[in-house]
Write a protein that binds this ligand. Structure first.
Ligand code: G4P
Length: 506
């Protein structure tokens, strides 16, 4: 079986994703100093002008890939932007993982961002391991947290460990399978390896655990892999509790690289032919050069450096001479990669999100959708002679997945759509820095967009009747711009022969 585990961490800001990432990498021997994850982020940010926003707001807009090894397993951790306001990048990154860790703050429970990201995971049946963080602090009662996860996310929950007190009362974490307690040590009250094999538990905790053992189902790996059940671990990323258990859980339970649906049927990871898909494109550091890194998830075959692969969007093969594997410390040139691995392919804009790459150019992967924008804005130019540059820029940036662009059937003002406010700031800043276009964003009279599908006759009938609400996207496909969700439902009911889709697959 494959020794790859490709996963992401989903959480609300401040729940502890960065701290946990650091600790996972430390355990995997990928970095040697705590604090490196943030430091590395800063070094990267300093390299690029257009990433000014990141500096100003102290956040990372772009996500990256971190690879580490432990006990013969290679872990690929795909980072998702850790900001309240998220973008399509985040969604798309989740299309390239096989499982996720959901980090929640023991005192706060499920927060809005966790829920949103969880929904994306559910859409794709991505299995979730839950990590309840910060048990070294005062938190909510354990049962309350477990029940909240079960109720809010409609999942079966199975506690795999149990905190022995929290906050001032914190005495360690009990592993329910082995009945051992990891104990805090020294002034820092960290976990430094001290394990109590035959623990005496405080009476109230012993009682809780007895209740839990009858109240929750047994762990069932199939139900977990199906996305119906989540094992729940308690710990403290800061104090290193529960981190080794988490790595162990991913190694033992998380699914190896999955088969990927394609127009030609399901592609198995064991297939000999090298295939993969692009889930993210990132502009490179120098805004003057249109260099980009396309992130490809390998689906099948063993990739070797220098191999020729054909991108579905291009039709002719490209030689991949300098692929990049993203190790936590630095980038390394990849000589080979296996299914589940991510490789970065430098290119000049030829590779687009959603592209399939393959040796024989006969496969087209499906399931890499665009997501309906939640915010729509009109783009207005300060200098009206710059229309051509603006069109070029909007096309480029939509290819890269920074925004979606819609060209209305009526009127000359173009509309951009995003799922998070931050994408708009990135847009304005990049238009100025890279295309010398000064633009303003104005409210659009629309609230959301739906891709239209149906027979030519049905489409034509609808289009003729609703011109003022219609637009074409970057690929020329018809889009219904709706004033409200109600509007979408109303039109859907009146036009049952059409589908109004919230996602679009290229
Ligand atoms: P994020 O990436 O999810 O946004 O969270 P991050 O890891 O940055 O953690 C947010 C804050 O919570 C940090 O404190 C961090 O030290 C703290 N934290 C993370 N895990 C734990 C834990 O297990 N226990 C406790 N007690 N605290 C934890 P900060 O003061 O906001 O940031 P910093 O400047 O000290 O890094």
């Amino acid at each position: 079986m494959s020794n790859r585990r490709t996963f992401a961490i989903i959480s609300h800001p401040d729940a502890g994703k960065t701290t946990l990432t650091e600790k996972l990498l430390l355990q995997g021997g990928a970095i040697h100093l705590a604090g490196q994850v943030k430091a590395r982020g800063q070094a990267r940010r300093a390299r690029s002008d257009w990433m000014k926003i990141e500096q100003q707001r102290g956040i990372s807009v772009t996500s990256s890939v971190m690879t580490f090894e432990k006990d013969g397993i290679t872990f690929n951790l795909l980072d998702t932007p850790g900001h309240e306001d998220f973008s399509e990048d985040t969604y798309r990154t989740l299309t390239a993982v096989d499982s996720a860790i959901m980090v929640i703050d023991a005192a706060k429970g499920i927060e809005p961002q966790t829920r949103k990201l969880f929904e994306v995971c559910r859409l794709r049946s991505v299995p979730i391991i839950t990590f309840v963080n910060k048990v070294d602090r005062e938190g909510r009662p354990v049962f309350e947290t477990l029940d909240e996860v079960a109720d809010a996310l409609a999942l079966d929950v199975v506690p795999m460990s149990w905190p022995v007190g929290m906050g001032g009362q914190f005495q360690g974490v009990l592993d329910l399978a082995t009945n051992k307690v990891s104990r805090p040590e020294g002034d820092s009250r960290e976990f430094l390896g001290k394990v109590d094999e035959a623990p005496e538990l405080p009476a109230d905790i012993a009682e809780e655990i007895e209740l839990a053992q009858v109240g929750y189902p047994e762990f069932d790996i199939e139900a977990y892999r199906h996305g119906d059940l989540t094992p729940v671990y308690f710990g403290s990323a800061l104090k290193n509790f529960g981190v080794a258990e988490l790595i162990d859980a991913i190694a033992r339970f998380a699914p190896p690289p999955r088969p990927q649906p394609s127009e030609q049927g399901t592609i198995m990871p064991e297939n000999k032919e090298v295939t993969g898909f692009i889930f993210k494109v990132q502009a490179n550091m120098d805004p003057m050069h249109r260099d980009r890194i396309a992130f490809m998830r390998l689906v099948s075959g063993t990739f070797k450096r220098g191999m020729k692969l054909t991108p579905s969007g291009l039709g002719k093969p490209i030689a991949v001479h300098s692929p990049i594997l993203f190790f936590a410390q630095d980038r390394e040139i990849a000589d080979s990669a296996e299914p589940g691995d991510i490789i970065g392919i430098p290119n000049h804009g030829t590779l687009r999100v959603g592209d399939t790459l393959s040796e024989a150019n006969k496969v087209r992967f499906t399931g890499l959708p665009n997501f309906a924008p939640e915010i729509l804005r009109r783009v207005a130019l300060k200098d009206p002679t710059k229309t051509k540059q603006l069109r070029k820029a909007l096309d480029d940036l939509s290819e890269e997945g920074v925004i979606q662009v819609f060209y209305p059937e009526i009127g000359a003002q173009w509309i951009v759509g995003v799922v998070g406010q931050l994408q708009l700031e990135v847009l304005i800043s990049r238009l100025e820095a890279e295309y010398k276009v000064e633009a303003m964003l104005e409210p659009a009279p629309f609230d959301t967009a739906r891709w239209l599908k149906g027979s030519d006759a049905a489409l034509k009938g609808f289009v003729d009747f609703n011109k003022s609400n219609l637009a074409k996207d970057r690929d020329g496909d018809p889009v219904f711009l709706a004033r409200s969700a109600w509007d979408v439902n109303y039109q859907q009911e009146r036009n049952p022969e059409l589908t109004f889709s919230a996602t679009k697959e290229r």
